[in-house]
Design a protein around this ligand. Structure first.
Ligand SMILES: Nc1ncnc2c1ncn2[C@@H]1O[C@H](COP(=O)(O)OP(=O)(O)OP(=O)(O)O)[C@@H](O)[C@H]1O
Ligand SMILES: [Mg+2]
Length: 393
């Protein structure tokens, strides 16, 4: 195993962003906070999980996650000032900060202390991200387990999450074009391929969704939030049995029904994300009419009708996409969200298909604008993520 070089970040201007608190992680607490020490689990996990390093991915240049004391992180975020707040999820709040020791700009996630949620997720996140390193996985710089404080320190991703660009677009902000969407989809698939094919045993991510795909300069995507990740089956086993956790709308049907988790559960979630990228719709949208609230249920009958495929393109693309590319991307998504897990492709094949699609650059100046721009616009969404992301048990 090697360690990743910690990159230097850009400027330190903290920007306030108002996002509703989302309590969407279910409790898995089995120990009080002060009995959980991340370091105590390292040797056990690292002896179970190994990773085939690829020199292309930075090879042995990784450095170990650091431990921080609470005081350093409070200073980095100017005492967790609201202007430094980047967002909030089911785990806690995320702040932008600058480490005094290195001047590095970072994102700091502060685990909620009011509830008992998230302790196992914290531990799994530290353990997984200390062992897994890839250009399409977010870099964990360190963590703090000081008293009852639990914080995670990540590389700062300047463009926020895919959710922010696809669904929560601020007025006046540039919409993602087709080429960028394909680039993001390909990078996210490569991150998943690393987890499935380079880690041994494979790692099942379990929480693939747009808010967990973070974007760096040039819209370079990285998967984040490994708190729900699970080591996959070993030997002849085809699945691991576990409590059903994940986000409603992204969770594979067989996993939701039986708790049997396989690599194909992640492929299903990836298919939902790809559908969101293509259509601009959210996985679950309660503001839509019956039959359109669940993205996969809406898309399935349309996949079979070639005449209707153009209607599936995000209206905000205004017809600026390659028709063939749209059909092919929809075909990949359709395969990923098949009911039967064994009919879904392995992620390596998805990467191959998407790498090809991303290489076929669309130029809106020379190529035709598709008539889907005439399709009726998506009605404005009045409810946010919080309502659609009920967690499953
Ligand atoms: N490393 C980072 N760099 C920049 N922004 C980040 C970083 N990590 C998280 N964020 C921002 O903070 C927001 C909240 O992230 P968080 O992971 O806590 O919640 P979530 O992904 O929205 O929901 P969930 O808790 O279900 O994962 C993200 O949507 C993103 O905008
Ligand atoms: Mg997240």
């Amino acid at each position: 195993m090697g360690w990743m070089m910690i990159p230097c970040s850009g400027n330190s201007n903290c920007k306030a962003k108002t996002k509703k608190k989302r309590k969407n992680k279910i409790e898995l607490q089995d120990k009080p906070l002060d009995q959980i020490k991340p370091t105590s689990g390292f040797s056990k996990t690292s002896s179970i999980l190994s990773v085939k390093e690829d020199p292309k991915d930075g090879g042995s240049d990784h450095i170990a996650a650091q431990t921080f004391v609470f005081r350093e992180l409070a200073a980095a975020t100017r005492n967790f000032r609201s202007e430094c707040l980047l967002g909030e999820g089911g785990f806690g709040r995320v702040y932008k900060g600058r480490l005094e020791s290195t001047n590095q700009v970072v994102a700091i996630k502060q685990l909620d202390r009011d509830g008992l949620q998230g302790n196992r997720e914290f531990l799994v996140e530290v353990l997984m991200l200390s062992l897994l390193h890839h250009p399409n996985l977010v870099n964990l710089i360190g963590y703090c387990a000081d008293g009852d404080q639990r914080l995670l320190v990540y590389e700062y991703m300047p463009l926020g999450s895919l959710d922010d660009h696809l669904h929560d677009v601020l007025p006046g902000k540039r919409r993602l074009d087709w080429n960028t969407r394909m680039k993001i989809a390909t990078g996210a698939a490569k991150g998943l391929e690393y987890l499935h094919d380079k880690a041994s045993p494979p790692v099942i991510y379990r929480d693939l969704k747009c808010s967990n795909i973070l974007l760096g300069e040039g819209y370079h995507p990285k998967l984040s939030d490994f708190g729900l990740a699970k080591l996959g089956p070993v030997g002849d086993n085809t699945h691991v049995s576990t409590r059903v956790m994940g986000t409603y709308g992204y969770c594979a049907p067989e996993y939701a029904m039986t708790g049997q988790l396989t690599l194909k559960s992640d492929v299903y979630s990836f298919g939902v994300v790809l559908l969101e990228i293509i259509t601009g719709r959210t996985a679950i949208d309660n503001t839509r009419g019956a039959g359109e609230q669940n993205l996969v249920a809406w898309a399935r009958p349309l996949f079979n009708d070639r005449k209707k495929l153009s209607q599936m393109a995000d209206p905000t693309l205004q017809g600026q996409y390659p028709q063939r590319g749209l059909y092919q991307a929809l075909a990949v998504a359709a395969m990923c969200v098949q009911e039967q897990p064994n009919m879904r492709p392995v992620i390596a094949d998805v990467v191959t298909a998407l790498t090809y699609l991303a290489s076929q650059k669309y130029d809106h100046e020379t190529e035709p604008v598709q008539s889907s721009r005439l399709a009726p616009c998506t009605p404005p969404r009045t409810k946010r993520d919080s309502e659609r992301k009920a967690q499953l048990r």
